[in-house]
Design a binder for this molecule. Sequence first.
Ligand SMILES: NC(=O)c1ccc[n+]([C@@H]2O[C@H](COP(=O)([O-])OP(=O)(O)OC[C@H]3O[C@@H](n4cnc5c(N)ncnc54)[C@H](O)[C@@H]3O)[C@@H](O)[C@H]2O)c1
Length: 417
Amino acid sequence: MVKIDTSDRSKVLAIIGQGYVGLPLAMAAVDAGWTVIGIEKSASRVDQLNSGSSPVEDISDERLAKAIAANKFVASNKPAEVAHASVVTICVPTPLSELREPDLQLLESATKDISPYLSDETLLVSESTSYPGTLREIIIPIVNGLKSSEASILYFASAPERVNPGDPVWNQKNTPRLVGGIDEESQKRALAFYNSICDSVVATSTPEIAEAAKILENTFRLVNIAMINEFTQLCSSQGINVHEVINAAATKPYGFMPFRPGVGIGGHCIPVDPLYLTWWARKGSQVASLVERSDEIANQMPIYVAGRALAIVKNSTSTPKVLIMGVAYKPGVGDVRETPASALRAALVARGAEVAWVDPLVPLWEGTKPVSEEWECDVAIVATNQPGLNVKTLLARGIPILDCTNNYGKQEGVHLL
Ligand SMILES: NC(=O)c1ccc[n+]([C@@H]2O[C@H](COP(=O)([O-])OP(=O)(O)OC[C@H]3O[C@@H](n4cnc5c(N)ncnc54)[C@H](O)[C@@H]3O)[C@@H](O)[C@H]2O)c1
């Protein structure tokens, strides 16, 4: 049994999954006076957490260790520990299957694991991103089929997490939280829980509205990123600097929001969530054609970038050596999930290039290790402007740079998308 004090069940929260979403939520809840049991399937992660070492960049070891020392947080791999909690949140991954369709296996198995142990009058909230109807059609039936006879009343809500790892401004506390309860009492309890942690809580009339809003937010990003990447290719082919175009358009005080071109889309959300939408549409005999086309354009962008980089060294060598700088999907994190750098590397290799990479925050990527920035190359691609990259040194050595991040454009030897 855990060594924290769980005697006041009304202030005990259990969080299923201690990753990019679950651990920051745990720390925000500790700050708000909750005692938190972080239930995590990975035994090594449980040990790591209980030793005070944080696996996610946004939570410092000091903050985690402080919560442990105050007996306010413990990690456990025993789903039965949910029995101590009045609120249980599910924060497990919702990835895509090999067919690029929603894969809810982890969500379903996490729900199955905890269902027999939920105490009576527990609020169960899903924070995992999924298509509308997931709480009502998947989670609740599993719980009702497996809950113990003592758990006669349970409350359910959907409160999709919106956290943006690595963001210095927006976090679990100050990002408005959408909350949709399954009934009036569930909503009342879910609002009270999130009001205790978040500065601002927004009630939706149903869980499906909250679930759909989360999918809309990330689909909005995908469509706009795809659009600006397509627009970039058009401008570039006509010799027009797309960054100047975007800056010019952004002077309009209303009705325009600047998106910037890049290598593509990455991470757990933008490449994944819109496909929950396209699948959901097809399930209802509809087609989200704009979203499907945006996904295609986004996935084609790394191939375009590879072509642009190789055009810089055209004819100078038969086996161009290309250094990819920054392979995490965005700056400030070591997260390589769904990184577009993978498709970029594959496209370069397919065109006969020898490819190496550097990233100060990534020690190992797809079974390969980084090289030193001294590595002799014909061109370097800044894919992600990771803190600690030393682009200037490469420029000083006369190596041309394709900067996909628009951070080094004013210097000689730098090519922009
Ligand atoms: N990472 C983000 O930026 C972000 C932002 C908003 C929403 N989300 C959504 O939040 C959810 C979680 O994403 P994440 O990035 O935190 O994932 P993650 O991979 O960082 O962490 C999930 C954790 O859950 C654990 N886990 C899996 N099955 C479990 C089980 N049955 N019991 C206990 N632990 C289990 C995993 O071992 C892992 O440590 C996903 O639905 C994701 O789409 C993620």
